[in-house]
Design a protein around this ligand. Structure first.
Ligand code: PGA
Length: 249
């Protein structure tokens, strides 16, 4: 039964465009993606200011996501964008706790949990990112670090329908270095086990790998046990590369 459930999860390929591109670039990329394979769920996360345009340009089969959201629904929070605003623009996903948010904006696990609960209130699926730094891996404490991030970043509102986890070793993001297939398998097994202990139907929660996923390594990474998709940065900015990753899934 569990095996069957595992087999029916559609892989999710999410593109994190980060802070890249003009409005014209975003529109051209959305058009170039066309209608990708329906065997895979595809989501793109453009910069906030491009969301409205991308929303009306994308093929309806491609989901839209935000790259972050605020801890509150509205109010005097200059520069922030709330989960209801993302919902209003048609976002069904939001990336939370990306290591760049943790590193450059000082986001703590508890902040991520608050943000995630606000997204869940809107029915938005949260892609909660976890991952160790190179120093933490070298010190052999990567499992403990990721387990702590999981236990403190996932709010009580999370369930098998509204939660996706992205394992992104910090040292692999944008560096061209990827974790070895063994390291990816081991960490995804740790995350799966954690989810099984905490949540019902946890085998249907997708665990993505992220960190220098490219057209030429996607197939082998996506074949690793418990890798249910990928969170793609750099390679999601080129339609041909992103489509090749989608097709590799
Ligand atoms: P990358 O980024 O694919 O450019 O390494 C991944 C991410 O940050 O989500």
């Amino acid at each position: 039964m569990m095996y069957e459930m595992q087999m029916t999860i559609k892989k999710l390929i999410a593109g994190n465009w980060k802070m890249n591109g003009t409005l014209a670039d975003a529109k051209a990329l959305a058009i170039a993606l066309g209608a990708p394979s329906d065997k895979v769920e595809v989501c793109v996360c453009p910069p906030y200011v491009h969301l409205g345009t991308v929303a009306v340009t994308l093929d309806p089969s491609v989901k839209l996501g935000g790259q972050d959201c605020a801890q509150t629904a509205n109010g005097a929070f200059t520069g922030d964008i709330s989960a209801p605003m993302l919902k209003d623009l048609g976002c069904s996903y939001v990336i939370l706790g990306h290591s760049e948010r943790r590193q450059y904006h000082g986001e703590a696990d508890k902040t991520v949990a608050h943000k995630a609960s606000k997204a869940h209130e809107q029915g938005i699926i949260t892609i909660i990112c976890v991952g160790e730094t190179e120093a933490e891996r070298n010190a052999g404490i990567h499992n403990e670090i990721v387990m702590k991030q999981l236990s403190e970043s996932i709010p009580a509102t999370a369930n098998a329908q509204n939660l996706v986890i992205a394992y992104e070793p910090v040292w692999a993001i944008g560096t061209g270095k990827t974790a070895t297939l063994d390291d990816i398998r081991d960490m995804h097994a740790v995350i799966r086990h954690f989810l099984q202990e905490k949540l019902d139907n946890s085998n249907s929660i997708r665990i993505l790998y992220g960190g220098s996923v490219k057209a030429d390594n996607a197939k082998e990474i996506l074949a690793v046990k418990d890798v249910d998709g990928a969170l793609v940065g750099g390679a999601s900015l080129k339609a041909d590369q992103f489509l090749a990753i989608i097709n590799a899934a």
